[in-house]
Ligand binder design. Sequence first.
Ligand code: ZN
Ligand code: ZN
Length: 341
Amino acid sequence: MKVLSKNFSQKGLWLDERDIPTIGHTDVLIRVTKTAICGTDLHIYNWDKWSQQTIKTPAVLGHEFVGVVEKVGEGVESVVEGDRVSAEGHLVCNQCRNCKAGKRHHCKNTKGLGIHTDGAFAEFVKVPESNIYKISDSVSDEEAAIFDPFGNAVFSALRVSVAGEDVLITGAGPVGCLTALLCQHLGARHIVVTDVNDYRLNLLEGEPRIKTVNVKREKLDDMISSLGMKEGFDVLYEMSGEQSAFNDLIEYSRYGAHIINLGIFREEAKIDINKMIFKSLTFHGIYGREMYDSWYKMVSFIESGLNIKKLITHTFPYTEYEEGFKLLNNGTACKVILDWS
Ligand SMILES: [Zn+2]
Ligand SMILES: [Zn+2]
């Protein structure tokens, strides 16, 4: 089968051949139809410090996907050949305290599909049955292919109630944009998104309660006064990994606000904890998705009218993957789909 693999310890990704995976008793073999490129894949493509420390070459990348069940192990009961499925990319141990308690998203031994094991940038991928999520007819292939970042956004947006609240989101990457759309869907009053990338901020244009600020040339203070806000933001999402953005969150939060942090800082961040204490802020670290409540809610939100399709900006046949990575590196794409069908 064809795969996209990190074959060498240098920038790039290579179109290669592998045997179709053999499945065990409780595994499911999926014929991949569509995949999406994640920020993580971009890090690995670019071969940054984190990837060099994490990835063992050769490695088949990819964890955002949708496909059709091709074959199931003898012990598999919940899906059959022909089912349309996606899957949770965090492979958990099922043995640690949190796994035993049903909090699998807090597993201390999590392994990443397409990071620590061969992933979905392939014609076929093998996934344990417990990670499979059946996709209902109400969800398109394109939407299902981005359930991994959508799940990050759902987990973040549901952390605390945003109904009637004012929301600030720093970072208009895919998860930042998805979170903005979700907060609007959930009834937030004002949603302000900051970034330095006009292409991505413009994707949110036309949304009635979402405002954007390009911090390179616009001031957040001007936006706040134009909205008539008096007390600062109630719920603040850090989704950029920029230290200056985190400082903005502390500065522009109201007393008693919640900071929800999904962005991963490139370097050790210097944070004024005293300010956080004096303002009685609550910090929430977000990693992954809630297994599997975030998945249930994703389908539910799409069925209740949330439109996430505008964030899928490009689709290429998998053979043209280089074009997708180029656009993402230039910041002139949001979600890029690779078609394997
Ligand atoms: Zn991802
Ligand atoms: Zn565990």
